[in-house]
Design a protein around this ligand. Structure first.
Ligand code: PLP
Length: 431
């Protein structure tokens, strides 16, 4: 039994899929204590959009630490925060014609979601928040209440209330516009749905199985929420910061949310940092009404500011578009050849391949790990293999990872993957 199994709580999760001890990482590669190298197609669930330890961000961080730049200020003013706010405005918001106030909640995604929900309820004076089927917004009670997964919800141990779940785009098949249902519920005072304070949505449901909302659906959702004076919150924690190509995932739809939550790749370096962007009229917080000890971590502001250099020109966005096409083309070819009833979907550099045999994705992930590739599954039954490399991965590394997926999928389908032979051995021994 290792240290982790002996002392770390049973709640530990990802280590069960990738059971080795990692010690260093660079770019798209992770190295374990035995010196084995793994290509990373998981990127910390979207934390590492610029790869592991990117040099230009690391230099900024090291420089800041070496000159005793301040690390912690609660939410007192710091030069690091000032620079971040100014650069984020210059590089991200102003060129897109966006105007938002900045709230720095505690440093995790779920902190940002809690703050957004609280503010929407306060501003509107309404209690209900609408979320979508298969949504994922975090593990604290407010965020969990708008999360779909019944296993995670049950973990709350108390009723999760003041929310309603409505069908996401595509939930009822491609021919049904699920917003017809939502809009009818809003219009009918007999629907049993109280008028919501807010709607919270992911443009691509990453944890929920790489479900992609169409541009038209997002535009209509913006229109409906505006008409009914409902706060529209886009949770861009996983698919913001360039994951879909543009900095914000909603840019393609041309919509302007009332509130945007960001975290995961915001610091660009894996340091915890979260941000709630608030339409100025909605910024009705009283001083200190929502607080937290780690509201904006100065070293994370420094790395987040350095990460903005990736957005000073269009090169990263173009690279994501190009690499996304590579992934789509190869996954579609792979599906056609090996698993014709599998469905491939995604945007930018988040892709999923959903198998009708729900056990397949986990077996492929395991076979990939045995071949030196870190790749996760998503969806309620882990039925989707989720391709989430860093945005800065090279074309060769990307092709290599896709080769490993193809080999692993063949092995699993042929029953020659490690999993089945181990299972076969166990069966043989038991017999
Ligand atoms: C990861 C994630 C969260 C929660 O972030 P944590 O840092 O784990 O609290 C919320 N929303 C989305 C869309 C996420 O992907």
């Amino acid at each position: 039994m290792n240290t982790f199994e002996e002392f770390e709580s049973e709640v530990r999760g990802y280590c069960r899929s990738f059971p080795t001890v990692f010690s260093s990482a660079k770019g798209a590669w992770m190295t374990d204590t035995a010196g084995e190298r793994y290509l990373d197609f998981f990127a910390g669930a979207g934390v590492l959009n610029y790869g592991h330890n990117p040099d230009k961000i690391k230099q900024a961080l090291l420089g800041y630490l070496m000159r005793d730049g301040i690390t912690h200020t609660l939410d007192m003013y710091s030069q690091a925060k000032q620079r971040f706010i100014e650069r984020f405005n210059e590089v991200i918001l102003q060129p897109r014609g966006l105007h938002y106030k900045f709230q720095f909640p505690g440093p995790t995604g779920t902190n940002a979601v809690e703050a957004a929900l609280k503010l929407a309820r306060k501003v509107t004076g309404r209690e209900q928040v609408v979320g979508f089927t298969n949504a994922f917004h975090g593990m604290t009670l407010g965020a969990l209440a708008v999360t779909g997964n019944s296993f995670k919800r049950a973990g709350a141990g108390v009723p999760l209330g003041h929310t309603a779940s409505v069908p996401f785009d595509g939930y009822l098949g491609q021919d049904v516009d699920t917003l017809n249902y939502f809009e009818a519920m809003l219009h009918d005072s007999g629907s049993g749905m109280d008028k919501p304070a807010a709607v919270i949505v992911e443009t691509v449901q990453a944890e929920g199985g790489v479900n992609v909302a169409s541009v038209e659906w997002l535009q209509r959702l913006r229109q409906i929420t505006a008409e009914h004076d409902i706060v529209l919150i886009v949770d861009d924690i996983q698919v913001g910061c360039g994951r879909t190509g543009s900095f914000f995932s909603f840019e393609e739809a041309g919509i302007v949310p009332d509130i945007v939550t960001l975290s995961k790749s915001l610091s660009g370096y894996g340091l915890p940092l979260a941000l709630v962007l608030i339409r100025p009229e909605l910024d009705q917080w009283a001083p200190g009404e929502h607080n937290g000890t780690f509201r904006g971590h100065c070293p994370a502001f420094v790395t987040a500011t350095a990460a903005l250099t990736f957005w000073e020109d269009g090169r990263l966005q173009q690279a994501v578009a190009r690499k996304g096409q590579t992934v789509q083309r190869r996954l579609e070819r792979m599906a056609k050849k090996l698993a014709p009833d599998a469905r491939v979907r995604g945007r930018g550099l988040i892709w999923g391949i959903e198998f009708s045999d729900t056990a397949l994705a986990s077996r492929v992930s395991k076979a990939c790990f045995e071949r030196g590739l870190i790749i996760e599954t998503a969806g309620i039954d882990d039925q989707v293999l989720k391709i989430l490399p860093s945005l800065t991965i090279s074309e060769d590394e990307l092709q290599h990872g896709l080769d490993v997926i193809e080999d692993s999928l063949s092995a699993v389908l042929n029953g020659t993957d490690g999993a089945t032979s181990a299972e076969a051995n166990a069966l043989a021994e038991a017999a």
